[in-house]
Design a protein around this ligand. Structure first.
Ligand SMILES: C[S@@+](CC[C@H](N)C(=O)[O-])C[C@H]1O[C@@H](n2cnc3c(N)ncnc32)[C@H](O)[C@@H]1O
Length: 225
């Protein structure tokens, strides 16, 4: 089946539409960092995150994610404390995922904010069936530095090292990993480093270009190009 899928490509398009074209049960692991729906603006350096005011975008993608994910597999969903209650309620009421755990990503330094400066993010762990886990030292508090926001990078770029650990925990060499909201392609970078296949999707041509640049792909990324 692998050769019928757009593997090791970054697709430009709306993931909810794109996922409808993928067959059932074709993905071994999903790791994704959707817009949190909190409307935080990144006006400087002309950076924007599309759908960042829409708390439903993450939820709507989950239904398609469940269908394409292989049985006995995991989905890691980055989120924050504001979006978390809405997301969990949606998962419990409207999806077939089982909530397995909540991982806290603790950053070495605090970032933006005022009275309560941000030093952690959340990763909701969802299961389809009964997945296996490979590592015996995977804590539910992961400590890893955040990526500093500069003029060029994605304002929500996630650390490749942190993602590699999740990949190692929940997949094996040659597995196919999906990131439907891939931004600048950090999940795909992690896959490339440790010999997994990937499919990355992003709606914004700017971030698609950055992701393809990091992965050294040419611009032929998919049918929506
Ligand atoms: C939080 S960012 C992901 C950043 C990424 N983790 C990284 O390391 O660069 C979320 C991304 O979702 C994309 N996005 C928003 N709506 C989308 C949709 N319907 N389909 C695909 N991508 C979408 C945005 O363009 C944005 O780049």
């Amino acid at each position: 089946m692998l050769n019928q899928l757009p593997i090791n490509k970054i697709i430009k398009g709306d993931c909810i539409e794109f996922l409808k074209n993928l067959p059932n049960n074709c993905i071994d692991l999903i790791i994704t960092d959707p817009p949190y729906g909190d409307g935080v603006a990144y006006g400087w350096n002309n950076k924007t995150i599309q759908n960042n005011k829409d708390p439903l975008i993450n939820c709507l993608a989950l239904a398609e994610c469940y269908r394409v994910l292989r049985k006995n597999s995991t989905l890691y969903n980055f989120t924050n404390w504001k979006h978390y209650p809405f997301l969990v309620e949606f998962v419990m009421k409207y999806t077939k995922f089982k909530i397995r755990h909540l991982v806290v990503w603790k950053k070495h330094n605090f970032g933006l904010g005022w009275a309560f400066r941000h030093q952690y993010e959340l990763i909701l762990v969802l299961e389809k069936g009964k997945p296996k886990y490979n590592l015996t030292n995977f804590s539910d508090v992961q400590t890893c530095s955040h990526i500093n926001h500069n003029k060029i990078n994605h304002p929500h770029e996630k650390p490749v090292d942190l993602i590699m650990k999740m990949i190692e925990h929940s997949s094996k060499k040659g597995s196919l990993i999906l990131d439907p909201f891939c931004g600048s392609g950090s999940v795909c970078m992690a896959c490339k480093k440790i010999n997994r296949h990937y499919i990355g999707i992003d709606i914004d041509k700017k971030w698609v270009g950055v992701a393809r640049g990091r992965l050294q792909l040419n611009s032929i990324g998919g049918k929506n190009d």
